[in-house]
Design a binder for this molecule. Sequence first.
Ligand SMILES: CC(C)(COP(=O)(O)OP(=O)(O)OC[C@H]1O[C@@H](n2cnc3c(N)ncnc32)[C@H](O)[C@@H]1OP(=O)(O)O)[C@@H](O)C(=O)NCCC(=O)NCCS
Length: 161
Amino acid sequence: MTDADEMFRYRSDKELMRFIPHRLAHEKKEIDEMIKMINSRIDKKESINWAITLKGIDVIIGTVGFVKINEAHLRAEIGYMLHTPYHKQGIAAEATRRVIDYGFDVMKLHSIEAIVNHENMLSRKVLENLGFTNDAYFRDYLYHAGKFVDANVYSLIKKDE
Ligand SMILES: CC(C)(COP(=O)(O)OP(=O)(O)OC[C@H]1O[C@@H](n2cnc3c(N)ncnc32)[C@H](O)[C@@H]1OP(=O)(O)O)[C@@H](O)C(=O)NCCC(=O)NCCS
């Protein structure tokens, strides 16, 4: 809960949230509710999220984690977000790489997927740099901000590593 103020700063940033299929935060209490939900989903093993920080500085600058875990198929969906001042420094890639390793080595996943708004070129680049394959393109796949948008589904399979 101590991360709520910082999280609110970037979750209320309209530009940063442009491709995120969650509501833009308007009040800090929405973030408090979100953190409670994240913690409860971790307890139930439905998803898992980590805070991203700079080394040695205990301030959240983003999150990365598995937003959905499909236990039956040893597959999980990865998601990430980084506060804008920290973009273009390789931080998102480094944090996502660590979570991928955790997924394969500790959670024993077989594959990891990412579902990305087709127009989210920065996110698609992160995935491609990390070795993900663009497996599918779906029309009108996501309902976001009042309209349907196309999406790409990327995946990384353990044996491809
Ligand atoms: C998607 C997102 C996390 C990408 O952030 P990012 O900072 O561009 O990603 P990376 O960490 O991979 O950084 C890569 C850039 O840093 C540069 N860089 C600088 N120093 C670097 C270093 N030491 N190591 C690696 N890359 C470095 C790279 O050259 C690259 O720049 P380029 O794109 O001009 O070639 C960010 O745009 C974001 O938070 N967007 C909003 C949320 C979102 O859309 N999430 C995804 C939903 S599917």
